[in-house]
Design a protein around this ligand. Structure first.
Ligand SMILES: Cc1cc2nc3c(=O)[nH]c(=O)nc-3n(C[C@H](O)[C@H](O)[C@H](O)COP(=O)(O)O)c2cc1C
Ligand code: SF4
Length: 507
């Protein structure tokens, strides 16, 4: 009998050469199943033969694996590997095990059970279960999903919509992509439960154009499961690549074919959302958590977590780190455990200097913050945020003033332009940081790209004056911006200044 090997067809595995490895196994007479990724990115392409793993594998390794060798790349039983055994996988329970587009695999691993339960108990009890589970939005703001669903359920309107936010623009994040590429029926089931709960007949998945594999998988999964979720209908819409289109009202404008400009709130999308109708906008992870909650019970979900942060969080470890990947665990794990124990420290082997948590608008944390538990409130109290749970690690070669400058540059590039503190503030922010850096004796490599900028040192102003100006500007952006793009850009800037003043030439 020929050997059966499992190899992921996730975009990251493909980028690491998984197709060539799969072809080499087939050429050697093995049967190959393409499955989702376990999320141990540093080991991709990871080969699973009878539960034993090898990675990272190249085509030349295939013969040795089939002959029972290649010990130096063998990690033993995959499920027992410390990176996997240390996790509590609710959302990613099927990761590495099932074929993403196999309805048989999905049903055999508990799929559709949540939808069946929701239909059995009815819309009101479904909203009640999601509320009781304590599930909070995983897109960044952490708003309770049950309360949002209740608002839409109770809103008057002949048409209501479910919009799945799959724009996933945060740096170092990939969990939405892994759900869509690895377990698309779970997301469809979550959307169908939401539709049943609020009375919606149509849903949209808004996916960033940079995710071609996810787009194809979602489209195929939607067609394959159409009968199972009917009369609910789902359509994929592809974004054109603007970070701000992940902001829910900007996303709705984009879905309607308009410019991706942020809308003032109120009205909330739950009352006047897509095409002016009551709309649930939820992140991929929020909706993907719902089938587990419905199938296993709200109380089982709420029993896991920390404080008001209930359930598990698929944390994405990236940047300069030895063991990058997807680590799903109950809230409450500390930042230090994630970076040093699970992530294994920096890939460069140099000391960790900073960790940015929560995407480009998240604060930079020094190692002295490593005792922080992963929890919405704890990070907010430390002037940070957990956002979509992406953590990006930097070693001691990072220039934190340059990172602060990058935050302002990112905001300037991605601003929708609707409000002044963000549209103009970000450009002024780049200029003042350039002046500070010039004062600190650094090269201004980005100067020529912005010839209109006032970034030359000003007569009579020293670094302390410029830092005071930057602080004042950040206050204005924080409190005067219409949305979190302008409002949160001060987090990376001010945290860099607070923890690494020496990089700004501050005394
Ligand atoms: C600039 C900006 C970008 C955002 N990008 C995303 C994103 O890529 N994905 C996402 O789910 N939420 C994003 N959000 C948050 C959404 O506005 C919204 O809170 C979320 O989609 C609601 O779903 P949730 O309650 O399930 O988190 C972004 C917000 C801002 C201000
Ligand atoms: S803060 Fe920036 S992105 Fe948000 S509405 Fe204002 S200009 Fe647009």
């Amino acid at each position: 009998m020929s050997a059966l090997v499992r190899i992921s067809d996730d975009a990251l595995a493909l980028a690491c050469g998984a197709d060539a490895v799969a072809a080499a196994f087939e050429a050697a007479g093995a049967k190959v199943e393409r499955v989702s990724s376990w999320g141990m990115h540093w080991l991709e392409p990871l080969v699973d033969m009878n539960g034993i793993g090898w990675g990272p594998v190249g085509p030349d390794d295939v013969r040795a694996i089939l002959d029972g060798g290649l010990d130096d790349k063998c990690i033993g039983p995959i499920a027992a590997h410390s990176f996997i055994a240390g996790q509590q996988r609710f959302t990613f329970a099927r990761a590495g095990k099932t074929r993403p587009l196999s309805l048989d695999d999905y049903a055999a691993s508990g799929g559709w059970e949540g939808l069946r339960k929701a239909r059995e108990i009815g819309p009101e009890a479904t909203v009640e279960a999601v509320t009781r589970s304590g599930l909070r939005g995983r897109g960044g703001a952490g708003f309770p999903a049950g309360i949002k669903w209740r608002t839409v359920a109770q809103a008057a309107g002949e048409a209501k919509y479910i919009v799945c936010n799959a724009d996933e623009g945060d740096s170092g994040t990939f969990s939405d992509r892994m759900v869509m590429e690895g377990d698309p029926f779970m997301l469809i089931e979550g959307m169908a439960v939401a539709a049943h709960a609020v009375g919606a007949e149509r849903g949209y998945v808004y996916i960033r154009s940079e995710y071609p594999h996810a787009i194809r998988k979602m489209q195929a999964a939607i067609s394959a499961s159409a009968d199972l979720v009917a009369p609910f209908e789902i359509e994929v819409r592809v974004g054109a690549g603007a970070y701000v289109c992940g902001e829910e009202t900007s996303l709705l404008n984009s879905l309607e074919g308009k410019r991706g400009e942020v809308r003032a709130k109120p009205p909330l999308p739950a009352i006047e959302g897509l095409f002016g109708k009551p709309t649930v906008v939820n992140n991929v992870l929020t909706l993907a958590a719902v089938p587990w909650i419905m199938a296993n019970g709200a109380d089982a979900y709420a029993a896991v977590g920390f404080g008001r942060s209930k359930g598990t969080m698929p944390i994405q470890i990236a940047g300069n780190v030895r063991h990058g990947g997807l680590f799903e665990v109950g809230f409450g794990i500390t930042l230090g455990e994630l970076v040093n124990e699970i992530g294994g420290g920096t890939a460069s082997g140099r000391p960790v200097r900073a960790v940015q948590v929560g995407g480009p608008l998240g604060a930079y944390h020094p190692p002295s913050d490593f005792g922080l538990p992963f929890d919405y409130e704890a990070f907010a109290a430390a002037d940070g945020l957990i956002g979509h749970a992406g953590i990006v690690v930097f070693d001691d070669s990072v220039d934190m003033a340059a990172q602060a400058r990058f935050a302002m540059e990112f905001c300037a590039a991605e601003s929708c332009g609707k409000c002044t503190p963000c549209r103009l503030g970000a450009v002024r922010g780049m200029e003042v940081i350039d002046r500070i850096r010039a004062g600190a004796g650094r090269e201004l490599e980005t100067l020529e790209r912005m010839p209109q900028m006032h970034n030359m040192p000003k007569q009579g102003r020293d670094t302390a004056d410029e830092i005071a100006l930057l602080t004042d500007l950040c206050e204005t952006m924080k409190f005067g911006s219409l949305c979190a793009l302008g409002g949160f850009t001060p987090y990376p800037v001010m945290s860099a200044l607070k923890h690494w003043p020496e990089d700004f030439g501050a005394k």
